[in-house]
Design a binder for this molecule. Structure first.
Ligand SMILES: [Mg+2]
Length: 422
């Protein structure tokens, strides 16, 4: 039941969105084949890889040597991948194109932008909001990222703050020195995009709340907050992440926790997400599965991709996510193409994928020698659950199908299991 609850909550996947969403994102049609390119000595692959980046392929700005070894196995003598591969990261404050360039330089072969899945990439599927006026929160190439995702009409928190200077009052230095004229020509905001952790949390928390409580008109204010509130799409729910410091740092999940807590405290109701994506959300894995299938079709590999192998270093996002997606695949297989859950009705698109195995590596967050500060300790009764509110704690989902030292061992393991030449 815990799993079903998790699936139902996987991000408040709204019913029947998938078909239309795929079409909008150009994912519906089968890609034209460009001739056979599989190794002559190797049959077409029936499996694909979902590779995490940080802690699996790179640490900081340095490539992990095992990743170079792994790609020597994954790439054929023509410099082409022997199996479909996508890179799935919870990073979001960067452009897909830049991430692909960064990976190409580190790994020594051309990584295409459509092989990279950032935490917010599945927002491309939410086309029903693409022409809405959306408030966007995060940092880095924020507006450009929103545009790449398909959102044509976005307002940043800073722009909103400039339009309504009396809203942002925490920092005394930023308070207006004179009383500004109240504006009534600012078009209403119709939804909120949370792409990643912003810089001034107090400003973003205040203004996002203002937008939600005023139904998109923060200049007017409302006596009664509308509910359900405006649609909110969010990505990257990681509570913590590891940087150079010895202790974990706040991730976007901590920001979401603040926003959810404030909303609940102020309204007595739960903040609801129209979509919650990034690992471990099933949305992200569905999106990855589609890109894997597209990639295989482009390469002319006629055999359907039946197995996915997700390699990561974080039990809470990589292992939990892969296992949750595997459960989802099993449930769809046994219970039919449609499922009614607490979160509504979801429809599974046609898919040949039968399984998704989780492979945990020891080159990043996961420490095989002791408890990891960002993770609940398996078996410990009082261990805190660092997952998101909408994902129930299920210890079984944190257990990897396989634990290996590094990504090179992971690739060897998969090739061995699939009967492939190493
Ligand atoms: Mg990682």
């Amino acid at each position: 039941m815990a799993v079903l609850r998790s699936l139902a909550a996987v991000g408040a996947v709204p019913g029947l969105w998938w078909g239309a969403a795929r079409a909008a994102a150009g994912l519906r049609g089968r890609c034209p084949r460009r001739g056979y390119a599989a190794d002559s000595a190797q049959s077409a692959p029936t499996f694909g890889f979902l590779l995490d980046i940080d802690g699996v392929l790179v640490r900081g700005h340095r490539v992990i040597p095992a990743a170079l070894e792994a790609f020597r196995r994954l790439v054929n003598s023509h410099g082409q991948l022997r199996v479909p591969v996508v890179f799935v990261t919870n990073a979001g404050n960067i452009l897909q194109q830049s991430k692909a360039q960064e990976l190409s330089a580190l790994l020594g072969f051309k990584v295409e932008p459509d092989q990279v899945i950032l935490s917010h990439s599945p927002m491309k599927l939410f086309s029903q909001y693409h022409n809405k006026r959306m408030l966007v929160s995060g940092q880095g190439p924020l507006v450009e990222n929103a545009r790449v995702l398909g959102f044509e009409n976005v307002v940043t928190v800073d722009e909103l703050r400039m339009a309504f200077p009396v809203l942002d009052m925490v920092d005394l230095q930023r308070r207006p020195k004179t009383t500004p004229l109240l504006r009534n020509d600012f078009p209403a905001i119709e939804g909120v995009l949370l792409l990643g952790e912003p810089i001034r949390w107090e400003t973003s928390l205040q203004l996002i709340m203002d937008v939600l409580l005023s139904n998109g008109n923060p200049g007017t204010g409302l006596a009664t907050a509308p509910y359900p509130h405006l649609p909110v799409l969010a990505s990257n729910m990681d509570l913590l992440w590891m940087a150079e410091a010895r202790m974990p740092r706040f991730g976007h999940g901590t920001f979401l926790l603040c926003l959810e807590t404030i909303y609940r405290k102020m309204t007595g109701k739960e903040l609801r997400y129209e979509g919650l994506m990034g690992k471990p959300s099933v949305l992200t894995y569905q999106y990855a599965e589609d890109l894997i299938r597209q990639q295989a079709e482009r390469r002319g590999w006629v055999a359907p991709i039946r197995k996915l192998y997700a390699i990561g270093d974080n039990p809470m996002s990589d292992v939990y996510g892969a296992n949750l997606f595997h459960k989802y695949l099993q449930m769809v297989k046994h219970d039919g193409a449609e499922k009614q859950g607490a979160g509504g009705l979801w429809r599974q698109r046609p898919s040949a994928t039968q399984s998704c195995a989780s492979i945990l590596v020891c080159t990043g967050v996961y420490n095989p020698k002791g408890p990891e500060p960002t993770q609940p300790v398996q078996g410990a009764e009082e261990a805190p659950f660092h997952g998101h509110r909408d994902f129930s704690f299920s210890p079984g989902l944190m257990e990897a199908s396989h634990i290996v030292n590094d990504v090179n061992e992971a690739v060897q393991l998969v090739f061995h299991k699939e009967g492939w030449i190493l």
